[in-house]
Design a protein around this ligand. Structure first.
Ligand code: HEC
Length: 254
């Protein structure tokens, strides 16, 4: 009985975790085979995130090998600090204490962020900053309320604001409009001042960035996936050999 209860608890756990998180506005499926996306994600990461967030468990050289980038290219374009070498981990110069003083909260290391929060969460978070004059950074975030991180992607995305508009997303306690089937909400995020990218380009950029974080959380997965067909072929081969061996052994007995 105890065992069954335990199994039931285990089965319910993920559901409980998802329910607690609330609904996310966007979702994405990482594609670890899309080298162009991962390379662009790494470029965005070192340009826009590495000022504050380290990636302690990831080396430049490892990423270069996995993402098929020549050493020279990485050294010339992706390593900005003279103190960092090709074989180093992706450290940052900022000290956690200073970061906390300057920003109000320490920016966490992001190597395992995709495993901690999930890629849907990161993908949603990076698209959900909106203008909020009452906050110290001038922005708030619909996925992470009162976040201490400034909207570092604003030059790309533009200024996003909360506006009143109709939406397809059901609003609790509200009947949909009988004609359009839509709901009325004053929590709709809309770009009100354009950045250097249009909304589709920005979403693609955030996809690549999230994809890179998903890769960083599980760099061995690329290798494991490449190895899987070989392992399967080996097992099939071994199976055939065992079958003939069994026939050979049993022949005399029959
Ligand atoms: C100016 C410094 C700064 C930069 C640059 C920056 N961040 Fe942050 N980030 C922070 C701070 C500070 C926090 C902690 C926020 C809090 O706890 O309120 C944070 C939090 C986060 C979190 C949530 C961590 C968690 O699980 O609680 C993610 C994800 C994140 N940042 C991703 C990024 C990405 C991706 C970039 C690059 C596009 C980036 N950040 C650039 C300062 C920064």
């Amino acid at each position: 009985m105890k065992k069954q209860l335990f199994a039931l608890l285990l089965a319910l756990l993920p559901a409980a975790a998802i329910a607690a998180e609330g609904e996310l506005p966007y979702s994405m499926e990482p594609d670890l085979h899309d080298q162009a996306s991962l390379q662009n994600g790494m470029k965005l990461y070192v340009n826009y995130c590495m000022g504050c967030h380290s990636m302690e468990h990831q080396r430049f050289s490892r990423a270069a090998t996995d993402l098929d980038m020549p050493q020279g290219l990485v050294e010339d374009n992706l390593i900005f600090s003279p103190e960092l070498a090709f074989n180093d981990q992706m450290h940052i110069a900022m000290q956690p204490d200073d970061a906390e003083n300057w920003l109000g909260a320490p920016p966490p290391d992001l190597t395992l962020e995709a495993r901690l929060r999930g890629s849907d969460w990161i993908y949603s978070y990076l698209q959900s900053f909106y203008k909020d004059p009452s906050s110290q950074t001038g922005v708030n975030n619909a996925v992470f309320d009162q976040v201490a991180m400034p909207n570092v992607l604003e030059p790309l995305q533009g200024v996003q604001e909360k506006v009143c508009a109709t939406t397809d997303k059901p609003i609790e306690g509200q009947e949909p409009d009988s004609l359009s089937g839509k709901y009325q909400s004053c929590d709709v995020l809309r770009v009100t001042e354009e950045g250097s990218m249009n909304p589709d380009e920005f979403q693609d950029a955030v996809y690549d960035l999230t994809n890179f974080l998903a890769y960083a959380g599980e760099p061995s997965r690329l290798k494991a996936q490449a190895l899987a067909p070989k392992v399967l072929i080996f097992i099939v081969f071994l199976g055939i050999i065992c079958y003939f061996l069994k026939r050979e052994y049993w022949r005399d007995i029959h």
